[in-house]
Write a protein that binds this ligand. Structure first.
Ligand code: ADP
Ligand code: MG
Length: 558
């Protein structure tokens, strides 16, 4: 049989697969199953438009068979199949969907990245197999063909016997090497778990013969193995189900199954959008801060699926940093399976989805704040800091998203309050939103600087987190009210501004001069003040920064 050459670029990709040191070789199964699923999709669509065909659900499935003795793994489907020409064109050329556009030579040399980020398609089979055989019979065709390749040196095509329409892919699994074992790809449990991991939600049944154990007939304590064909994927993804069919427990199970966290989710968000960009998403707000959350190790992101096939485990572009605590997944039919991280970043659909998700999370949190204060406070305890950080980062470009979600401890309410609640309670003569900074609420309470403001009956927000004042500074105003530190020079309160009489200043000049001398380099000035009620003395700041903020800045490494 005459061997045919692969096209040049296909050959390069193939070589890369054959010599791959990529650690997640298991994804080959995902690729082959997704091709099978696509092939069944194609038949399905045909039946929708062709009256002579009917789609009988039971006739369409994918089957996995492992033959350990001969080291053969077979993936077969009852999909649309391929003609001789199609075998030649589709498998002889690099992934036809074309998004596997190599950026540069470096990327190609370091195959690791490409395999990790692209869906590499059919050729990924060569990561685990020495020989790949494809037997296929196309819909409406009398003949079947066998395509076979041992790798980069080419492939052969010849007529073959096959009764039914569809495709069989047979992999001759590589022998174990010193560094690597390939046996696992013939192991029933391992195969099952790979399917569960990547292809659980494929719409068609994935069947496999599994070994069970049962009591031997007529015996109480003896067991025997038996073989049974099982459907190993759950088929209907929870995110495609109707919200009304699902219970809180279903979502919780999904959260656990997916190992999004070890806590119970505080809230789930189920999104189904059927507009210009179609997507489904299930998102979770965890209850507890993950142990590594406020560290560099923490990686944000959502799982990304394309038509039920997992294409990325942590897609960071789907979440803004300030919502990085959100866990979950997104599935869209409008994304290509073969999509690289770089392409994704510029992908319009993905951007749309990300924007959409952002506003849904925001709305959900606002709802929680309004309707379940207790839960919101729990949430805020875990992740409030991240929201405040979000207000401050990126030059505050998203501060509007966040200003109604942040809370601070109130001198009046003795609990966390929102800015909206604060402003709505402000007496008419109050000009500013007052805040005081300190290490703890108890310490702030004792600050002499808070006296005059509190005496006027004004509420004070207590800032105990380093980030608080920075976040507020970024906001500048809330509902047109400016923020004012109780330790600032001008409090905007009348009593405070009353001019101290010259005589008072004169009377105490010697004392003040003496104090200034003693405190040289520590204070700029010593003045008479009307601000104090019960305390003899207090510090105020002259410029824009509060004393606490100056402390933080001074503590920062330069
Ligand atoms: P992609 O799936 O992105 O097109 P692949 O490399 O995975 O790229 O597959 C190449 C092509 O081979 C597919 O587009 C399809 O036309 C064909 N193909 C692969 N597997 C099958 C199959 N099981 N049944 C029918 N056609 C298939
Ligand atoms: Mg494919």
């Amino acid at each position: 049989m005459a061997k045919k050459e692969f096209k040049a670029e296909s050959k390069r990709l193939l070589e890369m697969m054959i010599n791959s040191i990529y650690s997640q070789k298991e994804i080959f199964l995902r690729e082959l199953i997704s091709n099978s699923s696509d092939a069944i999709d194609k038949i399905y669509y045909k039946t929708l438009t062709d009256d002579t065909l009917t789609f009988n659900k039971d006739d369409y499935y994918i089957r996995i068979e492992a033959d350990k003795d001969n080291r053969l793994l077979k993936i077969s489907d009852t999909g649309i199949g391929m003609t001789k020409e199609e075998l030649e064109n589709n498998l002889g050329t690099i992934a036809k969907s074309g998004s596997l556009a190599f950026k540069n030579e470096n990327e190609l040399k370091d195959g690791h990245d490409i395999i990790g980020q692209f869906g590499v398609g059919f050729y990924s089979a060569f990561m685990v197999a020495d020989v790949v055989t494809v037997i296929s019979k196309a819909l409406g065709s009398e003949e079947a063909y066998k395509w076979e390749s041992t790798g980069a040196d080419g492939y052969s095509i010849e007529p073959y016997e096959k009764d039914t329409v569809g495709t069989e892919i047979i992999l001759k699994i590589k022998e174990n090497t010193e560094d690597e074992s390939y046996d696992e790809y013939l192991d029933e449990y391992r195969l099952k778990s790979i399917v569960k991991k990547y292809s659980d939600f494929i719409r068609y049944p994935i069947k496999m013969e599994v070994t069970g154990s049962r009591p031997k007939e007529g015996s109480d304590n003896e067991f025997e193995d038996y073989k049974e064909e099982q459907v190993i994927n759950s088929m209907v993804p929870i995110w495609r189900k109707n919200k009304s069919e699902l219970t809180d427990e279903d979502y919780e199970n999904f959260y656990q199954e997916k190992r999004y966290g070890f806590d119970k989710p505080l809230k789930h968000i189920h999104i189904s959008v059927d507009g210009t960009v179609r997507y489904n998403a299930i998102l979770f707000i965890p209850e507890k801060t993950p142990f590594d959350y406020y560290t560099k190790e923490f990686e944000k992101g959502l799982e990304l699926y394309s038509s039920g096939v997992l294409i990325m485990e942590k897609c960071a572009d789907l979440l803004p940093d300030y919502f990085s605590f959100v866990k979950g997944m997104v599935d869209s039919e409008d994304l290509s399976l073969n999509i690289s991280r770089e392409i994704l970043q510029q992908d319009k659909q993905l951007k749309f989805i990300a924007k959409n998700i952002k506003s849904k999370i925001k709305r959900e949190l606002e709802g929680l704040l309004k309707n379940d204060r207790e839960k919101y406070e729990k949430f805020y305890e875990s992740f409030g800091r991240q929201l405040k950080f979000g207000m401050y980062s990126d030059f505050g470009q998203d501060k509007e998203v966040l200003q109604d979600l942040v809370m601070f401890y109130s001198s009046k309410e003795k609990k966390l309050v929102t800015l909206d609640e604060y402003v709505s309670r402000m007496p008419e003569d109050q000009k500013y939103i007052y805040y005081a900074t300190g290490e703890t609420n108890e310490r702030i309470e004792k600050l002499p600087q808070t006296e005059l403001v509190a005496d006027k009956g004004y509420e004070i927000l207590y800032f105990t987190d380093d980030i608080d004042e920075f976040a507020i500074k970024m906001l500048m105003t809330y509902k047109e009210k400016e923020f004012k530190s109780v330790s600032s020079g001008d409090l905007g309160i009348e009593e405070d501004n009353q001019d101290t009489t010259e005589s008072e200043e004169k009377e105490n000049k010697d004392l003040f001069d003496f104090m200034k001398e003693v405190l040289t380099g520590k204070v700029k000035d010593v003045k008479v003040s009307k601000r104090l009620k019960t305390h003899p003395v207090c510090l105020t700041a002259d410029g824009d920064l509060s004393i606490e903020m100056e402390k933080v800045l001074n503590a920062m490494p330069n």
